[in-house]
Design a protein around this ligand. Structure first.
Ligand code: GLU
Length: 509
């Protein structure tokens, strides 16, 4: 038997920046396609022209380029099922809407906005909600209540109309979902959704179903917010007599406290990005933070997102894209929402930073080093980074961990001075300076052994020496192994820093 080709799609509407929930949906589609040797399609759903936002489509492309999600067919890549932008497929949909009218599954509706608003307020006055459904449509102006001739005349007279789906009055709609299994709903609670608008454009529902069919989509993997549309979509497939794809509705990404869906506004409110890249609203000029600009590695971002809703069934947490493809299955996507966790996001970034090779980190850090007026070659910077990277989450943090390798202390941490600069510190450091100037070879472990022997022989106490020494070299009680620092800055610089510190701090009375 011929196995059906796996074809999935990500179908964003370019109405603004892509939310991280959307990136996760695209990611799961991508992993599923790659895992099963299928194809991944990017389709831009821009039929709602009132919601068009300049720059949104570019943003979508740039975001996927950044995080390494590749498409096999798209506007940029092309493909045999194009065009991949619905506004360029405009001419396709009307025939399908009419096909549904001819088969008795849809009808023309001539009600004007004013008429519908009036009916709505009449209903509200009686504390009822108006729904354009199987019962109400009998009292409204449409091709089901008007005669064939009247309908024809209105259309040829150029009267505005929409095409609505004729929802069955009382039918159980059975839906199968790969994550939720079997879902049932009675059609009496559903309305006669508009399929084709008076502006000549299809609505999302019609365009989405027609395109999924024409593009031979085998699996529709999308966010749970589309679950309420599923009954209509299932009925549309049946009305056309088309084979349905498999459906999988992904659980929501939740706010950190678990209280509701992570929304586009949450990022600014809660202080973390909800968008992959920074976004400047073209109308207001407002800037929203992005993971890229906040210093996240794309691999860490992807790794974090993958685990927000899916789990590998074991304890592993760190996955490259290749490993995710290998491990991914829809069966392991959870049914309940996943809470976003900023600390976890940072943890992932830290893991990738530590794993990243030092030369690459040096290259990334170099612009910040230069901006601070420091000149150093990449090799030396890599060696220094190796000493401190365990202490950083982002590349930008590294500067605060390495600055003292290049810049002498300008001042000395007051708290540390108060606690660690003692009555005998001055003389101890003077003696240490003598010892340090005697070395020919200033390597970390050679200096360390000698200093420790000197401390022990004189019973000076490790803490007393090392804290005062660090204070003079670094200016504070921070940084990696002190002997690694002094070996890196060299003998001369170490001695000068001791001199400077002795001058500045003086002998404590
Ligand atoms: N255009 C819809 C969106 O913006 C697509 C939903 C679907 O995948 O069916 O998310």
């Amino acid at each position: 038997m011929n196995q059906k080709e796996i074809r999935v799609r990500f179908a964003p509407s370019p109405t603004g920046p892509l939310h991280i929930g959307g990136v996760r949906t695209a990611l799961y589609n991508y992993l599923f396609a790659r895992k099963n040797g299928g194809k991944m399609i990017l389709r831009i759903e821009d039929t709602d022209q009132t919601r068009f936002v300049a720059g949104a489509e570019n943003y979508i492309n740039e975001a996927f380029n950044w995080c390494g999600i590749e498409f096999d067919e798209s506007i940029e890549k092309g493909g045999e099922y194009g065009p991949y932008k619905q506004s360029e497929r405009k001419h396709i949909y009307k025939d399908y809407a009419e096909q549904l009218i001819n088969s008795g599954n849809a009808y023309y509706a001539f009600d004007t906005t004013e008429e519908l608003t009036k009916i709505r307020s009449e209903f509200e006055a009686e504390k009822k909600t108006f729904i354009y459904n199987a019962i109400e449509r009998k009292n409204l102006r449409n091709s089901l209540t008007l005669s064939k001739e009247e309908t024809k005349k209105l259309i040829s007279d150029g009267e505005a109309y929409v095409i609505r789906f004729k929802m069955p009055e009382d039918e159980t709609v059975v839906m199968n979902d790969l994550i939720r299994d079997r879902v049932e709903v009675n059609s009496s609670v559903l309305d006669d959704k508009i399929l084709f608008k008076s502006d000549g454009m299809p609505t999302y529902h019609l365009a989405n179903i027609v395109d999924d069919h024409l593009m031979k989509i085998s699996h529709v993997i999308r966010g749970e917010e589309w679950l309420p549309s599923l009954p209509l979509h299932v009925l549309l497939y049946d009305a056309f007599g088309w084979e349905k794809p498999e459906f999988a509705h992904l659980p929501l990404l939740l706010k950190p406290d678990g209280n509701g869906k992570l929304s586009k506004r949450d990022g600014d409110r809660l202080g973390f990005p909800v968008f992959p890249l920074e976004w400047t609203d073209p109308k207001t000029g407002n800037v929203s933070a992005g993971y890229r600009e906040d210093g996240y590695f794309p691999q860490a971002f992807i790794n974090m997102l993958a685990l927000l809703g899916w789990n590998p069934g074991d304890e592993r947490e760190l996955f490259s894209m290749e490993e995710l493809i290998e491990a991914f299955s829809i069966e392991r996507v959870g049914k309940s929402g996943s809470k976003f966790d900023l600390e976890k996001a940072k943890w992932f970034n830290h893991q990738y930073l530590v794993k990243e090779n030092n030369e690459t980190l040096a290259e990334l850090l170099m612009p910040i080093v230069i901006k601070n007026g420091v000149t150093v070659n990449q090799e030396k910077l890599s060696e220094i980074i190796a000493l401190v990277k365990e202490r950083a989450t982002f590349v930008a943090d590294l500067w605060g961990q390495v600055d003292f390798f290049f810049i002498r202390p300008k001042d000395y941490d007051a708290k540390a001075v108060k606690k660690r600069w003692k009555a005998n510190s001055y003389d101890l450091m003077l003696e240490l300076k003598e010892l340090l100037s005697s070395f020919e070879d200033f390597e970390s472990d050679i200096v360390e052994n000698a200093v420790k022997q000197w401390i022990e022989a004189n019973e000076y106490g490790m803490g007393a020496v090392m804290n005062a020494f660090r204070l003079l070299v670094v200016g504070a009680l921070k940084g990696p192994h002190l002997f690694d620092i002094v070996a890196m800055i060299g003998q001369e610089e170490t001695l000068e820093r001791i001199d400077q510190g002795l001058n500045e701090l003086g002998r404590k009375e």
